[in-house]
Design a protein around this ligand. Structure first.
Ligand SMILES: Cc1cc2nc3c(=O)[nH]c(=O)nc-3n(C[C@H](O)[C@H](O)[C@H](O)COP(=O)(O)OP(=O)(O)OC[C@H]3O[C@@H](n4cnc5c(N)ncnc54)[C@H](O)[C@@H]3O)c2cc1C
Length: 487
C-alpha cells in the first residue's frame, strides 16, 4: 500500500490546474503539502522586499484553500531544500514526492540534484509541467535551435497550441490528510513582512489581493470588460486597460493554461471580430512571458550578461548616486518617469508602457547599466520575475532578444503626451503637478515661472528641474552607441 506523498509548493501556490497536487491526490495516499523557504537556493536573486510581502499573503491564502479540502500546509525553513525534505521523509515515512517544474537556471540545478538524491533513497519522484503553457525545450526552430525572435516563436506556439494545450485540471474537492501532526513553522516565523515601524506596504495592501481567489477575480474582471479594447487600451497607463495578472502568474496562483482556456471560452461564441482580435492580442502578450522563459532557459547567462555580445563592453557611466537616486525616488523632473517610479514604489507594480519609458531613460538618458535598473525592479516589483525582468530590461536597453534597437530612445515628453494625453496618470502619482493643465503637464520646464506659480508649482522647489536635458542626453547616447561594434 502507498504511504504518504509529499507535494512541494513553490511558484504554483494554487489548487486549480495544479498537476503535482492532482497526481498526488489520485494516488489515493495521504498528501503532505509542503512549502520550503530557502532563499539561499536562488543565489544572487532571492525574492526582494515586495515579493516577500506578496508571498506572506499568498501563503496565508493557500493555507486556507488547502484546509478547505482537508489538508494542512507544512512550512519549513532551511538553506537546503534537500535537507528539509529528507528530515520530513524521516518524520513522515513518505514514499513519494511530486512537484511542478521551475525554469530558472539555478533552480533547475537544485531540482535536478534533489531528484537524483531522492530517487537514490528509493522514493518515487515525479515532476510536472504546471507553470508555463509551452515548456522551453518543446518549441524550437526548424533547425532545432532556440528562437531569438518573437514573431516566429509566437507562430510556433500558436500552431502547437491546438495539440499542446490540454484543458486545465479541476480544483480538487477533497484529499486524504496525513494522520499525525507534522510540526512546521507559522507563516509569521518566516519573517517576510516589512518592519512595521516603516510600513511601506500600505499601497500594496490597498491595490492587491494575493492568492488564488484574487487572481481569479482579476481574470474575471478583465474578461468581462477590458479584453474587448485590449489592443489599444493596454498602452494607456491612465486607464484600466490591462489584466494586472502578472504577480498572480509569477507566484502561480493562476495557471497560464487556465488563462489560455478562459480567454478562448470568452470569445468562442462571440460574433464580434473585434473582441476575437483583442483576445488574440492578449494571448500574444501572455506568450511573451513564455518567450522570456524560453530565452532564459536557452541563454542562462543573460541574467548578468547581455544576449547581444557587442554590448558586453558597453561603456555604461559609473553609477552617479544622485542621478540613480532621483530615478528610483521618482524625482527626475520628467513627469511620466516620476509617475511610473512612484506607482512602482507605492503599489509594487508599474504599467508596461511606463516600464519601457523609465528603463529607456535609465539606460539611454542616464547611461546607467540595465543591470542596476533590473536590481531595483527586483526589489520593488510584486511581479519580480527573473525571466521577464531580465528580458524586459535587455529588450529596452537594446541588448536582448528581438530588442528595440538602441537608437530607439523614448522621448519622455512625447511618450507622456501620446499615452497619457490628459495627464491623469501624472496627476495621480505626482500630486505636486495636480493643477497643471493638460497642455504642459509633461514638460513644466517649458512654461514661464508665472504660469507655473499660478498652478502652485516652483521648479527646483515644489518639483525638480529635469536632471538631464533629453535632447543632449540622446545625442550622447547615440554617439557612444555608434562606437560599439555592431552585431
Ligand atoms: C523593464 C521591464 C521589466 C519587466 N519586468 C517584469 C517582471 O519582473 N515580471 C513580469 O511579470 N513582467 C515584467 N515585465 C513585463 C510587463 O511589463 C508586465 O508583465 C506587465 O506590465 C504586467 O501587467 P499585466 O499583468 O496587467 O499585463 P497584461 O498586459 O494584462 O498582460 C498579461 C500577461 O502577459 C504577460 N506579459 C505581458 N507583457 C509582457 C512582456 N513584455 N514580457 C513578459 N511577459 C509579458 C504577463 O505575464 C502579464 O501578466 C517587464 C517589462 C519591462 C519593460
Amino acid at each position: 500500500m502507498s504511504k504518504a506523498t509529499i507535494v512541494l509548493f513553490r511558484n504554483d501556490l494554487r489548487l486549480e490546474d495544479n498537476p503535482a497536487l492532482c497526481a498526488a491526490i489520485a494516488r489515493d495516499a495521504p498528501v503532505i503539502p509542503v512549502f520550503i523557504w530557502s532563499p539561499e537556493e536562488d543565489g544572487p536573486w532571492p525574492p526582494g522586499g515586495a515579493s516577500q510581502w506578496w508571498l506572506h499573503h499568498s501563503l496565508k491564502s493557500l493555507c486556507q484553500d488547502l484546509e478547505s479540502i482537508g489538508l494542512k500546509l507544512i512550512i519549513l525553513r532551511h538553506e537546503s531544500s534537500l535537507a528539509a525534505i529528507e528530515k520530513l521523509i524521516e518524520r513522515s515515512g513518505a514514499d513519494s514526492i511530486f512537484w511542478n517544474r521551475r525554469y530558472e537556471p539555478l533552480l533547475i540545478e537544485v531540482d535536478k540534484k534533489n531528484k537524483i538524491a531522492l530517487k537514490d533513497r528509493g522514493l518515487e519522484v515525479k515532476s510536472f509541467p504546471g507553470n508555463l503553457i509551452f515548456e522551453p525545450w518543446t518549441i524550437a526552430t526548424a533547425g532545432g535551435t532556440a528562437y531569438k525572435v518573437y514573431t516566429p516563436f509566437w507562430r510556433a506556439c500558436r500552431e502547437a497550441a491546438e495539440e499542446a494545450v490540454k484543458p486545465p485540471l479541476k480544483r480538487p474537492s477533497q484529499a486524504r490528510a496525513f494522520a499525525s501532526d507534522l510540526k512546521g513553522l507559522s507563516i509569521e516565523e518566516l519573517d517576510l513582512l516589512p518592519d512595521p515601524r516603516i510600513d511601506w506596504a500600505a499601497g500594496m495592501r490597498a491595490f492587491w489581493k494575493p492568492g488564488e481567489a484574487g487572481g481569479k477575480t482579476r481574470l474575471k474582471t478583465f474578461l468581462t470588460k477590458a479584453i474587448s479594447e485590449y489592443q489599444t487600451e493596454r498602452d494607456r497607463p491612465d486607464h484600466d486597460g490591462v489584466s494586472y495578472l502578472s504577480p498572480h502568474l509569477h507566484f502561480g496562483e493562476i495557471s497560464p493554461r487556465l488563462i489560455w482556456q478562459e480567454v478562448q471560452d470568452a470569445v468562442r461564441h462571440t460574433t464580434s471580430d473585434k473582441k476575437k482580435k483583442n483576445a488574440e492580442v492578449f494571448l500574444k502578450e501572455v506568450v511573451w512571458r513564455e518567450f522570456a522563459h524560453h530565452i532564459l532557459y536557452h541563454f542562462p547567462d543573460t541574467v548578468e550578461q547581455p544576449l547581444r555580445e557587442n554590448f558586453r563592453d558597453f561603456p555604461w557611466s559609473p553609477k552617479d548616486r544622485e542621478l540613480f537616486k532621483s530615478w528610483k525616488k521618482g524625482k527626475t523632473g520628467y513627469p511620466i518617469i516620476d509617475a511610473g517610479m512612484r506607482q512602482l514604489w507605492t503599489t509594487g507594480w508599474m504599467h508596461n508602457r511606463v516600464r519601457m519609458i523609465v528603463a529607456s531613460f535609465l539606460t539611454k538618458d542616464l547611461l546607467i547599466s540595465w543591470n542596476d535598473g533590473a536590481e531595483w525592479f527586483w526589489d520593488t516589483l510584486v511581479d519580480a520575475d527573473l525571466a521577464s525582468n531580465t528580458f524586459g530590461w535587455q529588450w529596452t536597453a537594446g541588448c536582448g532578444a528581438d530588442a528595440a534597437p538602441f537608437f530607439r530612445i523614448f522621448n519622455p515628453v512625447l511618450q507622456g503626451k501620446k499615452f497619457d494625453p490628459s495627464g491623469d496618470y501624472v496627476r495621480k502619482w505626482v500630486p505636486e503637478l495636480k493643477n497643471a493643465p493638460d497642455k504642459w503637464i509633461h514638460e513644466p520646464w517649458n512654461v514661464s515661472p508665472e504660469e507655473l506659480a499660478a498652478c502652485g508649482i516652483e521648479l527646483g522647489k515644489t518639483y525638480p528641474h529635469p536632471v538631464v536635458d533629453h535632447g543632449q542626453a540622446r545625442k550622447k547616447a547615440l554617439a557612444i552607441f555608434s562606437e560599439i561594434k555592431q552585431g
